[in-house]
Design a protein around this ligand. Structure first.
Ligand code: 13P
Length: 290
């Protein structure tokens, strides 16, 4: 393996774009994400969250990603999203994941550094990449994540120490974003993002892309975010399409439902990929980012 995710992120950063990391937990979501990447002509990070271990084992997720990509000429990387269990992180590296997110953000700083550095050394044995998080991202509406109700912005000076001490390949930042839909108007601290960007050279990751408005999302990409994680909105699109089909045809066959969900998921994912792919000169801004 060869630092696939890192290469994608550095390539995106050098052209001022971002890569979409799409959560998957089923054939519909994996295939929908890959079809979107094919149609948008973009690479994609297939992100399997540890919380979906109830849906698929790590080896099933890896096999599903591989077989869903069959016959599609798409560049993709397999990523373990949000995992605070070191044993699961190690198992994902051993199962061939291209990258892992060890989430020690709830731990004291020194423990987060120690555990993350351990993960970096395991990943190095396999040429895998490591993402880690500093700060705390809250859970909004309709999210499957359980990141709690505490919001703690990433401290730029601490981020510099963290990156230097751990050797991570990507840093997830907390700048007022939430997992899921916003319960009020999003207020994203672009000033903090700029300060983090000035303090660290590591690719920066934005969790919680759903529901924040396209202009604001672009403001964060313009300020150095090169991986955008999206889950809730795509799940909602798939579920809404399933409901619509069942309302219309209560006896719809499960195979039709599967195709309908895949297509709705694809469409929703593609709109994120198009946005992530915009060149800096094509981007619009939110009122906040002007
Ligand atoms: P959303 O559910 O808000 O899109 O966030 C997804 C995410 O950050 C996964 O890590």
């Amino acid at each position: 393996m060869s630092h696939l995710m890192s290469k994608m992120l550095h390539a995106a950063r050098s052209e001022g774009t971002a890569v979409a990391a799409v959560n998957f937990y089923s054939f519909e979501s994996a295939r929908g994400a890959l079809l979107a990447a094919r149609d948008a002509d973009r690479p994609v990070i297939l992100a399997f969250g540890a919380r979906y271990l109830k849906n698929l084992s790590l080896t099933q997720a890896a096999a599903l990603a591989r077989c869903s990509a069959e016959s599609l000429n798409v560049k993709w990387a397999l990523h373990l999203d949000h995992c605070s269990d070191l044993n699961v992180v190690r198992a994902a590296i051993d199962a061939g994941f291209d990258s892992v997110m060890y989430d020690g953000s709830a731990l004291p700083f020194a423990d987060n550094i120690r555990n993350t550095a351990q993960v970096v050394s395991w990943a190095a044995e396999r040429g895998a990449d490591v993402e880690a998080e500093l700060g705390a991202v809250k859970t909004g509406a309709h999210s499957a994540e359980d990141s709690g109700s505490v919001e703690l912005y990433t401290d730029p000076a601490q981020a510099a120490v963290f990156v230097r001490s751990t050797g991570i390949d990507a840093l997830a930042v907390s700048i007022g974003t939430v997992h899921g839909l916003y319960k009020g108007t999003p207020h994203i601290r672009l000033d903090i993002l700029e300060a983090i960007r000035a303090a660290v050279d590591t690719p920066l990751v934005r969790h919680g892309a759903s529901g924040m408005g396209r202009g604001l999302l672009q403001d964060t990409i313009r300020r150095g975010i090169c991986k955008i994680n999206v889950n809730t909105e795509l799940s909602m699109a798939g579920a809404a399409a399933a409901k619509e089909l069942l309302d219309r045809e209560p006896a719809a066959h499960l195979s039709s439902l599967s195709l309908t969900i895949t297509e709705a998921f694809r469409k929703a994912a593609e709109s994120y990929m198009d946005l992530a792919a915009m060149k800096p000169e094509e981007r619009t801004s939110s009122a906040q980012g002007e």
